[in-house]
Design a protein around this ligand. Structure first.
Ligand code: FNR
Length: 389
């Protein structure tokens, strides 16, 4: 299908059209993997409905003709409160892969979070991001699944490589307890992780390769499936973890640490007490569990509980500038975008990802004008009204 890409019309500016544009050119199994959610898709639906429960109340004659999207997150200035969410195996969506998205991010100064299951290594993606950045090295973080305590050598190796390549923060994803019940993937008998596995970050790590050789007496590539299972055992979180184990990671990593997947104020409090620098309110875009509240519903209570003790960031369901405005007003300092960027990448590669990012930023800037504030940092709950009450 990639062969027809050059003949395709430009991507629409309509956020509702990006998914269809991706579907038109992507392999159906890969598209389903990107779109798919847990169970009957209720959490995905709730993620969108949560935004519709809030309305922006426009303000007039506020003199905000000059507006700024700048924010400072964990001591680093971002030109806008938008970042790329960690998404695995980007090469299955388009040959431009993680590097294509990172180049798009670099071009608009947007921070990039590299997934543990990235199909390219941290050094390559870092260089891609910096190649288009006009303001010095891009801001980049590494997402990590909370490692098991038994064998930390692979984690140590990845952390060192990330640090050397300029990744300044670790995002620990908490909401993967096991592979989720994701019907589209189950019906397609498809685990893209295995398709992209031979190039995934963990599989290419030299320490992982050495350990795999010692254990199985063969190279990883010879039996990708077996390697994937081994990787899961090595790096997937196990439920026996406790908050104080974050101390181990803090000992191994001298950058910032955030946790991703928080939906309850009590968990946010525990994370703060465990010493995290930031909390990402997220339900993994509805991919991990069904029947949950929309992620935005959790945001305000978490933001109130955390206060200024840690950064509060948000993802799950962001599709427009208005959505970003609402999340910021409810207490997020910045948001992460998942599927829209994947759809842009799938539809048109790097160019498509860049198009989606530019649309979101322009749309956000216009929304800021309507709220009457000058700086995104000035957005407060008063710019919104609950419209379902
Ligand atoms: C993800 N997400 C994800 N999260 C993570 O911590 N590590 C990962 O490897 C992945 N992989 C992944 C693959 C795909 C195809 C998608 C769509 C998502 C979740 C991601 O970081 C984010 O939480 C959601 O995508 C946010 O929701 P929206 O923006 O997709 O609605």
């Amino acid at each position: 299908m990639n062969g027809v890409r050059g003949l395709l019309p430009p991507l629409t500016t309509d956020p509702n059209g990006w998914e269809a544009a991706a579907k038109a050119v992507m392999e159906p199994r890969d598209f389903d993997y990107a779109k798919g959610g847990a169970g009957a898709g209720e959490t995905i639906r709730k993620n969108r409905e949560a935004f519709q429960k809030w309305s922006i109340v426009p303000r007039m004659v506020r003199g905000n003709t000059e507006r700024s999207l700048k924010v400072t997150i964990l001591g680093q200035e971002w030109p806008s409160p938008v970042a790329i969410a960690p998404v695995g195996v980007n090469k299955i969506f388009h040959p431009d892969g993680e590097s294509g998205v990172a180049r798009a991010a670099g071009a608009v100064g947007i921070p990039y979070v590299l997934s543990t299951f990235a199909s390219e290594d941290p050094e390559t993606v870092a260089a891609a991001q910096d190649s288009t950045s006009s303001s010095g090295p891009g801001v980049r973080w590494l997402q990590l699944y909370w490692p098991q305590s038994v064998d930390q050598d692979v984690t140590r190796s990845i952390l060192k490589r990330a640090k050397d390549a300029g990744y300044t923060a670790l995002v620990i994803t908490l909401d993967i307890f096991s592979m989720s019940w994701r019907p589209l993937d189950l019906d397609n008998a498809y685990l893209p992780l295995y398709k992209g596995a031979s190039t995934a970050l963990g599989f290419t790590d030299p320490v992982f390769r050495r350990k795999f050789r010692e254990r199985f007496g063969q190279e990883v590539d010879e039996d990708v499936l077996k390697g994937a299972l081994e990787w899961e055992n090595t790096i997937f979180p196990d439920m026996a973890h406790s908050w104080h184990e974050l101390a181990w990671l803090k000992g191994e990593w001298d950058g910032k640490i955030l946790v991703k997947g928080i939906q309850h104020a009590t968990d946010a409090e525990l994370a703060v007490q465990a010493g995290v620098d930031g909390i990402i309110v997220s339900n993994h875009g509805g991919r991990q569990y069904d029947g949950a509240q929309g992620s935005l519903e959790a945001l305000h209570e978490v933001a109130l509980a955390v206060g200024d003790r840690a950064e509060v960031l948000f993802d799950s369901g962001i599709r427009t500038g208005a959505d970003i405005t609402k999340a910021l007003a409810l207490g997020a300092k910045a948001v992460f975008v998942g599927r829209p960027v994947v759809y842009g990448l799938g539809a048109r590669g790097e160019e498509g990802a860049l198009h989606v990012l530019r649309c979101l930023l322009a749309d956000l800037e216009i929304n800021l004008a309507i709220t009457g504030v000058r700086n995104v940092t000035d957005l407060v709950p008063d710019v919104l009204r609950r419209s379902d009450l």
